[in-house]
Design a binder for this molecule. Sequence first.
Ligand code: SPV
Ligand code: MG
Length: 431
Amino acid sequence: MPKVYTCFCTDIIHEGHLNIIREAEKLGELTVGVLPDSQMIRYNRFPTKTTEERMDMIRALPGVKDVIEQDQIMYDDVVHKLRPDYIVHGDNWGDSAMQAIRANIVRLLDEYGGELVEIPYTHNADVEKLDRQMREKLAMPEFRRGRLRKLLNMVPIVKTIEVHSGLTGLIAEKTIVAKDEAISQYDAMWISSLCDSTEKGKPDIELVDMTSRFRTIDDVLEVTTKPIIFDGDTGGLTEHFVYTVRSLERMGVSAVIIEDKTGLKKNSLFGTQVEQTQDSIENFCEKIAMGKKAQLSDDFMIIARIESLILGKGQQDAIERARAYVKAGADGIMIHSRQKSPDEIFDFCDVFRSEDKETPLIVVPSTYNTVKEDELKEHGVNIVIYANQLLRAAFPAMEKAAKSILENQRAYETDSALMSIKDIITLIDEL
Ligand code: SPV
Ligand code: MG
């Protein structure tokens, strides 16, 4: 009996999957692979069921002889072990990531003469509705809020990108890259005070009020499913911060990061060039503790951001604050630096990790941008935030187009640098 293999990366079974099973079963004895959580999320399918539940769901389907766990999104291990005569897959190899998977399957099957069988993808209203319902579930506040904590246990480092609008939210949601047979995408989104303010043409001094910041969050929530980490600046007055915590929880935001500064906050990347005052440990601990007390859900996180290195107060001060903030209830520590090299961040992380193995560490490598995620992981970092790159990419591109039109008194010269009109009008999926 020929051996047939297919792999499912889904929490729900619809007509399309059943069709694949029916076709696969005609070719021989069918084994279905199930991707574990860590691999599902690499391909932007955040699991709402456990791996075991997914395996049971498939085991119960008629025509399936065996169900196994496929530990990697690429097929190397499973093909070397099973040597299937046929691998069956839908023909929906849409994006570059899917293409990379296809190339991987073809290469492996070619080694011994196996065959890839591609089944026409089932497009119908029911299948599309189920897909949409699945996305809707992921987008709901209750589910989305807890997703950051889950991710911390699922991926070696949570990759987070800045978003400041629905459109940038879509980029964070959908961008996926396949390189060297590995698939990569963002895990979470950062709503930066710098970018949210700059987008509105305002300085980053807590001038844009919370109502307006919430509006930005809402725009992002509407079109995405990934978890949000909100830049809460100083958190404002403790009496106000407790309300912010409740509002963020209710919206389905996963975490707020507040920085230990007081008075008129300026952007950290100014460092000591401008007057900035660090809060006392006592006051800031009180703010964290009151925030934690106000919080009603278990999964929301209040992360304390330490500005000691930014303000030239040194490692000792940073470590002392980290200890105190964790004791006051902080769910994570963000350590910030504006050095070109990551050395002071590494020093901090090494000392912190020697005392505390659990509390998540968050970094923002804007100035020390040569550091790679693997190095950060080695020093115990759990979340990396690319805090402003999308806004900084957009501004020069827009300014260049604006200048070109003035210089040439027409838009022709800039057109080749622009997205086509066809692409822009079809960029947003309609319901
Ligand atoms: C932000 O993105 O708004 C931040 C990070 O707070 S930084 O700009 O580096 O201060
Ligand atoms: Mg900020």
